[in-house]
Design a protein around this ligand. Structure first.
Ligand SMILES: Nc1ncnc2c1ncn2[C@@H]1O[C@H](COP(=O)(O)OP(=O)(O)OP(=O)(O)O)[C@@H](O)[C@H]1O
Ligand SMILES: [Mg+2]
Length: 352
């Protein structure tokens, strides 16, 4: 069993604490994705698992081994970075086999492992080329191949696709999903990309300022966020939030025709709340005139309308197909009651 377990893991750089007691269990064979805003500690946490950063406090286990103080080479992990860092003077095959050669493996073993990795990654036609004669996607596949030949228990990926153009990203995303299916190894993957997180992950870990906000399956986080941060972070475009007031068991939102009669435990009367609703759940009412359409965007399959509420708050509405809403028009909005999320105005925790 080669799951990864973090117990109360802390990281300080000098006086600055960047990871604040993280507890996390990643199961054997699981695809775990770290997401969170820039600077929240995703790379640091990954590098601590890899052994590239010392762990200030706490314990890291890989399988049943305590690796907290082990060298990176002893941990059974292989890391793939955003920049592929291939050796320019070596061929693809030499690049992939280099690690094994350095550790004294015989040529037959290296050839067979490189052959296996290049089959999985469809790199056979390129084995004799040098990196400069490859596309970005092919180079990144070589970097992944270099990880595969080492036969690690755990693969660590730090934004491996962020240097690729949009089309290649999609292609490589599918390749990585296939790789995980075929190899079945535990993988930890850092990304900024919503689609990568949602589609690749068995489990998403949402980080903020060095702490875990929520852990769960992609669609569970999407449907059932614990707080406003997770609600706003998972899903693209983001969930809309408007300020409201909880009075007499109902929620009033300025500019919204009806009060919201939500079956949640509302705080005391007059308490400030935030109402969250996803772009795809807002319904536009052409007969209304409370909101102004500031901008519309037609993307083909979907369109977005950017609205300004009477309070000055901004809302994004997603519509299927071509846009029906005109820039400058006035519209009303409503949302189905069962699609509305409610958050405490102060703590930002979900009210259920
Ligand atoms: N060697 C270091 N010395 C001091 N501070 C560091 C060091 N490395 C990272 N940090 C700080 O730790 C925090 C977390 O950085 P980290 O690189 O883990 O963030 P990240 O979530 O990967 O961000 P990004 O999405 O931009 O890659 C940041 O505030 C960063 O400035
Ligand atoms: Mg990073």
């Amino acid at each position: 069993m080669t799951g990864v377990v973090l117990n109360n893991v802390v990281k300080r750089f000098g006086d600055v604490q960047v990871i604040h007691g993280v507890d996390l269990e990643i199961e054997d064979g699981e695809f775990c994705v770290f997401v969170g805003p820039s600077g929240c500690g995703k790379s640091t946490l990954l590098r601590m698992v890899a052994g590239l950063e010392e762990t200030t406090e706490g314990k890291i286990h890989i399988g049943d081994r305590d690796v907290t103080d082990m060298d990176p080479s002893e941990r059974g992990v292989a890391m793939v970075f955003q920049t592929y860092a291939l050796y320019p003077h070596m061929t693809v095959a030499q690049n992939m086999g280099f690690g094994l050669k350095m550790t004294g493996h015989p040529k037959e073993v290296i050839d067979s492992k490189v052959g296996e990795a290049s089959r999985i990654l469809k790199l056979d036609p390129y084995l004799d080329r040098r990196p400069k004669a490859l596309s970005g996607g092919q180079r990144q596949r070589v970097a992944i191949g270099r990880a595969i030949v080492r036969g690690p228990d755990v693969f660590l990926f730090d934004e491996p696709l962020s240097n690729l153009d949009a089309e290649l990203r999609v292609e490589m995303r599918v390749e990585i999903a296939r790789l995980h299916e075929e190899i079945g190894a535990t993988m930890i993957y850092v990304t900024h990309d919503q689609t990568e997180a949602m589609t690749l992950a068995d489990k998403i870990v949402v980080l903020r300022d060095g702490r875990i906000e929520q852990v769960g399956k992609p669609m569970d986080l999407y449907r059932d966020p614990d707080n406003k941060f997770v609600a706003g972070f998972i899903g693209s475009p983001s969930m809309n939030f408007v300020k409201g007031e909880a009075t007499g068991g109902k929620v009033t939102v300025p500019g919204l025709a009806a009060e919201l009669d939500l079956s949640v435990n509302l705080p005391q009367d007059g308490r400030k709340v935030e109402v969250g609703v996803r772009p795809e759940h807002i319904e536009l009412d052409a007969a209304g005139d409370t909101h102004v359409v500031e901008l519309t965007e037609a993307l083909g399959g979907v369109s977005y309308a950017y609205l300004v509420a009477p309070t000055g708050e901004r809302l994004i509405v997603e519509e299927r197909g071509d846009y029906r809403t005109e820039k400058g028009a006035k519209v009303g909005v409503s949302y189905p009651i069962d699609k509305v999320y409610l958050f405490d105005g102060e703590t930002e925790m979900r009210l259920r």
